[in-house]
Design a protein around this ligand. Structure first.
Ligand SMILES: O=P(O)(O)OC[C@H]1O[C@H](O[C@H]2O[C@H](CO)[C@@H](O)[C@H](O)[C@H]2O)[C@H](O)[C@@H](O)[C@@H]1O
Ligand SMILES: O=c1ccn([C@@H]2O[C@H](COP(=O)(O)OP(=O)(O)O)[C@@H](O)[C@H]2O)c(=O)[nH]1
Length: 773
């Protein structure tokens, strides 16, 4: 597979400044340019999975009915899932004890006609899962309300159980070659549960709420389980780049998943993490005002509102939406701007939501009181300042309100996206009207022409209201035109297509890497060639290839098993085994001195055929200049330390905070760039290490000493980090070169883990070389 070379060229005077950025950086860019793929959704069946179906079974006046579900996920996705011919698996909305037998079958049938497959949960699961872990733990925490967050093992157990139930239900309707697209925070364990059952499946996940910053997410006792659950997916999507960043930081800090350009390699699978701001069904809202029913409704409401200015506020009744703060700001606005009295109406639509959860009950009581207080304080006979509607409106009434409103006041304290803001703008056929939008809503990233406010700043909301009510029409039109064009372009179908494109792309990358996988067939071929050969060269990296990494390098000493394997290999006539390491020669001598091995230390500075010698004469007086720089970075990066070798200095940061260390590593690389050229030095970036050493020295150059010495008829080279790439690149094309881990490499094959390496070497050591030597 072609890989971009990232080696920096030499200086004009011929000196080398050996900076070697990690190889996979360019790789992702390269792949994205050249990979061609069919969009998966054109070929395979699509299965949506979410807690809510687009329809919910509700009990009204003693009998069950189907009603459209509230909330952005259901409204957003239902506008196109049929066009995709997707099937949808989700909770029915009613406890399984309450709806039984033929009645249940009747609803199952009706839902199936809509391509929906209901999941029936018990009353206690609804309580502990939906009202419990979902809406008392994840929802408040992810919306930055840690004080509202309940940490209960019982609720967590219910969350796991219901995710398993969903896994069973999906397994009933999906095949392994379907695309399974899981939605939202209720089902964050499902990707991995499904992966365990269908290892080859195409699984995507989209989170509709914010992914909080690491400092918030880390509060969750089950944070690692949640991350691992999500990493069962091939693609993980969020509304904004901030959420992507937060997720990547948590994955790296909590479970050590390194990322590069939005790609994570976990459990030998490449996973893509990206931002996809969800759009709306633009045309549905843009055309709505032409609908006769909507026109009628507009006239009806206008007649009641008369010439008053209308400010519109629509949300589910949720503490994340900042409704009390908004009302308080409206109260202050009326106090500060008495000229607006009797000339303005705030229409406050609060859609009942999660009414079983205590915080929602408290909020409802608070709102009732606040509305009463404001209306009592400012109202007059003939003027009610706040029209309070506690119900879910029909599409007709909602778009009528969007159309009439002069101002939409949308001030959530946190919101994953907020589709209401987008719907309001899309509905404005004549481009008139002003959107006031909280900067804490994901939508603010795309609707920058709105008046953006901090929802905690009451004075700012008051000023924004005044600014909005007094904004010139030309300015309103100018702002709205830009936003409407944007919403029209990036609508909900485009959003879903984009998501599907990314999914196809990541599957393609996985396939490309799979082709290079060290399979049992390749292993058999290797063993056959090994047994056939007379002269065999085996080049082995040490850390990460034969032995796992330890927090302190000195702890990663060879165990008895690997020493035995190496001894067996060296005793076979015709074999030459060389350990090629970045370690100092004293350590290698101590560990392997007694074996008949070739040794390469300090990434190629020292070689031992019989005695230790330098590959070429080198200086080390530069260390005095470089050491203080590294020391500064040790001070600035707790947990990092310096290792000193005869001809190199190494900054280790395995134990440091991963995000901080990555940042510091970038800074240190830049700092060193300015100075290393003067000393003809190179900087090697290994696995959580940065090594400064003489330029031009590398493992490949040292390995040549053995490679070019004889006419080998079998060569095997194994390594795990990119310092081993220099070895792979000097080998003849027929040599077996193997990279440990599933990331891009110049090696011909990728092997899953060092345990597979050890088992391969053991097999080679135990094999009888049958023919005459
Ligand atoms: O299902 P409910 O408990 O009744 O809650 C309704 C939905 O609320 C949340 O909506 C989110 O999705 C929107 C679309 O992506 C987004 O604009 C909004 O910011 C989010 O809060 C929740 O995420 C859904 O799962 C619920 O169905
Ligand atoms: O009376 C109402 C109020 C809201 N909505 C819909 O509910 C969704 C709310 O989504 P949003 O992303 O704004 O917030 P969420 O409720 O999902 O947190 C929007 O699509 C609205 O059209 C509705 O159908 N009827």
């Amino acid at each position: 597979m072609p890989v971009l070379s990232c080696h920096r060229a030499g200086l004009p005077d011929g000196r080398q400044v050996g900076f070697y950025p990690k190889i996979n950086r360019g790789f992702w860019v390269f792949l994205s340019l050249f990979i061609k793929y069919d969009n998966l959704k054109d070929v395979n069946k699509l299965v949506f999975v979410s807690n809510r179906l687009p329809f919910t079974i509700v009990k009204r006046k003693g009998s069950f009915h189907l009603q459209p579900s509230a909330g952005g996920l259901a409204t957003g996705l239902s506008s196109f899932y049929k066009a995709y011919q997707a099937i949808w698996v989700g909770w029915s909305g009613v406890a399984k004890e309450k709806i039984k037998g033929s009645e249940r079958e009747k609803f199952e049938k009706r839902l199936k006609a809509e391509n929906c497959y209901p999941v029936f949960l018990s009353q206690s699961d609804i309580e502990n899962f939906y009202h419990g872990f979902c809406n008392k733990t994840i929802w408040p925490l992810f919306h930055y309300f840690p004080l509202y967050t309940v940490h209960s093992k019982r609720l967590w157990e219910a969350y796991k159980r219901v995710n398993e139930i969903f896994c069973d239900e999906v397994a009933k309707v999906a095949q392994e070659d379907d695309i399974i697209w899981i939605h939202d925070y209720h089902l964050m364990l499902l990707p991995q549960f499904l992966r365990d059952r269908f290892p080859e499946a195409t699984i995507a996940f989209f989170l509709h709420i914010p992914f909080p910053s690491f400092e918030i997410f880390r509060l969750l006792p089950w944070r690692r389980e949640i991350l691992r659950g999500l990493l069962g997916a091939d693609l993980i999507g969020f509304h904004t780049y901030d959420y992507v960043r937060h997720f990547l930081e948590s994955a790296s800090s909590l479970i050590g998943c390194e990322h590069s350009f939005g790609h994570i390699t976990a459990e030998n699978r490449v996973i893509r993490v990206d931002a996809f701001p969800m759009g709306i069904d633009y045309q549905r809202f843009a055309r709505a005002a032409k609908n006769p029913k909507v026109k009628q409704e507009i006239q009806r409401i206008r007649h009641i509102v008369k010439t008053r200015n209308m400010v519109l506020s629509v949300d589910r009744l949720d503490y994340t939406k900042g409704i009390p703060q908004r009302l308080e700001a409206f109260d202050l606005f009326l106090e500060k701007n008495p000229k607006y009295k009797e000339k303005i109406t705030l229409v406050l639509v609060a859609v009942p939501s999660r009414t079983n959860v205590e915080q929602y009950k408290l909020l409802k009581a608070e709102l009732d009181e606040l509305v009463g207080k404001i209306n009592g304080k400012h109202g007059t006979i003939g003027w009610i300042p706040v029209w309070y509607l506690y119900r879910c409106l029909s599409f007709t009434s909602l778009v009528a309100l969007y159309n009439i409103a002069d101002v939409a006041l949308i001030t959530p304290l946190r919101d994953g996206m907020n589709l209401i803001a987008k719907e309001f703008i899309a509905s404005k056929m004549d481009d008139r009207g002003v959107l006031i939008l909280s900067e804490m809503a994901g939508a603010a990233k795309e609707l920058g022409e709105a008046i953006i406010i901090n929802p905690n700043n009451k004075e700012r909301i008051v000023n924004a209201l005044k600014e909005a009510l007094e904004m010139k029409e030309e300015e309103q039109i100018e702002r709205n035109k830009i936003m409407r064009r944007r919403l029209q372009r990036y609508n909900v179908v485009r959003w879903a297509n984009d998501f599907m494109d990314r999914l196809s792309y990541v599957k393609k990358i996985q396939q490309e890497l799979l082709v290079r996988k060290f399979t049992p067939v390749i292993k058999e071929n290797l063993i056959r060639d090994y047994l056939k050969a007379d002269k065999r060269l085996i080049l082995l990296d040490y850390d990460g290839t034969l032995i796992s990494f330890a927090e302190k390098p000195e702890r990663a000493s060879p165990d008895a098993q690997i020493l035995k394997t190496l001894e067996m290999l060296t005793k076979i006539p015709g074999n030459k085994v060389v350990i090629i390491s970045g370690r100092d020669k004293e350590t290698l001598e101590k560990w392997f001195g007694h074996l008949k091995l070739g040794l390469i230390a300090e990434h190629g500075v020292w070689v031992r055929e019989k005695e230790w010698e330098m590959l070429e004469p080198l200086r080390n007086d530069w260390k005095e200049e470089i050491r203080p720089i590294l020391e500064l970075y040790v001070d600035r990066t707790p947990g990092s330390f310096i290792e000193e070798k005869e001809f190199s200095l190494v900054w280790h940061y395995r134990k440091a905070d991963p995000e901080l260390a990555q940042l510091r590593a970038r800074e240190l690389r830049d700092a060193l760039l300015h100075i290393t050229g003067n000393f003809n030095l190179g900087v090697l970036e290994g696995n959580k290490v940065m090594e400064v050493k003489n330029a031009g020295i590398n493992k490949g150059k040292a390995a040549l000493k053995w490679v070019s010495k004889e006419k080998w008829d079998f060569i095997l080279a194994i390594g795990d980090d990119w310092t081993d790439e220099d070895v792979f690149s000097i080998l003849p094309p027929w040599a077996y070169s193997i990279k440990v881990g599933l990331s891009p490499s110049k090696a011909r094959f990728n092997i899953g883990s060092l345990y597979e390496v050890r088992s391969l070497l053991k097999t080679l050591g135990e094999k009888e070389i049958s023919h005459e030597q």
